[in-house]
Design a protein around this ligand. Structure first.
Ligand SMILES: Cc1cc2nc3c(=O)[nH]c(=O)nc-3n(C[C@H](O)[C@H](O)[C@H](O)COP(=O)(O)O)c2cc1C
Length: 312
């Protein structure tokens, strides 16, 4: 009996010790987390301050002497600066802001694109004949992810953009209205509720049967960035407006168009790129700002199995 009590007591003691240790470790862990967060905040502030200092100092240095400028450049390793900016984004960039009354529709995991790249490139073509059947949501998700999805921790995308402007947004025009793809949330933001596809289609019999139009919109405001200024100061090349700006934005869209074509080919969907739409009406429906420009449209949809396979 005495042995039993002894054992019970020492078990209780052990339990007590363990609980104490657990509490201590939890406290230490919470403290460590708090410290890490504080350090991250400090680091972000430092990066921001460095960016500002960089621009101010640059102005002064530039007017003083070229020699001084070279010395200054030596102080910063460009990869180091890029890594700092990446980390800054990773830690500070919030999800796309949305209003209280905004409606979001979460997208499913994008359909896996299992076709080899060689095969998808072989199959890529413009197909203008659609059955009219809506395509599955995970396929829409795959098209959007291919065009503008996030494929790294630092929020960079599946497609490149000049100076990482990420100026292009993709809208989906479909039977249940107009939606804007939010890459960080992998969700659709509700824009307009009625079937407005006729304003984005074309006066060709089957083009009207495309179940979805992906509309690529470039925002000029997103091209006026720190990197744009930096390039202007360093290389005396102005990407902030004019011909270079337009060329870069057109290429940014082009990369997305090809990504959609390839994803469509990989999923056996039809796809055709177009640049013509009822611009004024489309802009109004999409509620675009003056700085936003419709650059291209990819009309996508299921291919008809036969001539009798059109849903009208
Ligand atoms: C910028 C651009 C605009 C286009 N505009 C149209 C168009 O308005 N209507 C159309 O049927 N196809 C359009 N296309 C598709 C081209 O006609 C098609 O890519 C070309 O004929 C080559 O055929 P493929 O895509 O099958 O290789 C366009 C393609 C691009 C890249």
């Amino acid at each position: 009996m005495a042995v039993k009590t002894k054992l019970k007591n020492s078990l209780e003691n052990l339990k007590g010790e363990l609980k104490e240790k657990q509490e201590k470790w939890t406290k230490e862990w919470e403290e460590a987390k708090r410290e890490l967060k504080a350090r991250q905040k400090l680091f972000s502030r430092e990066v921001k301050a460095k960016q500002d200092e960089f621009m101010i100092e640059w102005d002064e240095v530039e007017t003083r002497s070229r020699e001084k400028l070279d010395q200054w450049l030596d102080r910063f390793d460009i990869d180091e600066l890029q890594a700092m900016l990446d980390r800054y984004k990773e830690e500070n960039e919030p999800l796309e802001p949305i209003g209280e009354n905004d409606v979001l529709r979460m997208l499913p995991e994008p359909r896996k694109l299992d076709m080899t790249l060689t095969e998808a490139l072989k199959k890529r073509r413009s197909l203008r004949d659609f059955s009219g059947e809506p395509i599955a949501e995970d396929m829409v998700a795959a098209l959007l992810w291919a065009a503008n999805g996030i494929n790294r921790k630092n929020f960079k995308r599946t497609t490149p953009s000049a100076l990482n402007w990420q100026d292009v947004s993709v809208y989906v025009v479909q039977g249940n209205g107009i939606w804007k793809y939010l890459p960080k949330r992998h969700a659709l933001l509700f824009i307009e509720g009625k079937d407005q596809r006729e304003h984005f289609g074309e006066i060709k019999t089957w083009m009207k049967l495309a179940s979805q139009h992906l509309v690529f919109v470039s925002d000029a405001r997103k091209t006026k960035t720190f990197s744009t200024k930096l390039v202007q100061k360093t290389f005396k090349v102005d990407f902030s407006e004019g011909e270079l700006n337009e060329r870069a934005r057109a290429i940014n869209v082009g990369t997305k168009v090809q990504a959609v074509y390839l994803a469509a080919a990989a999923m056996g969907l039809g796809c055709t790129c177009r640049i013509l739409a009822d611009d004024a009406k489309a802009r109004q429906l999409m509620k675009l700002a003056p700085e936003e420009k419709i650059m291209a449209i990819c009309s996508v949809g299921e291919k008809p199995a036969s001539i009798f396979d059109h849903v009208i």
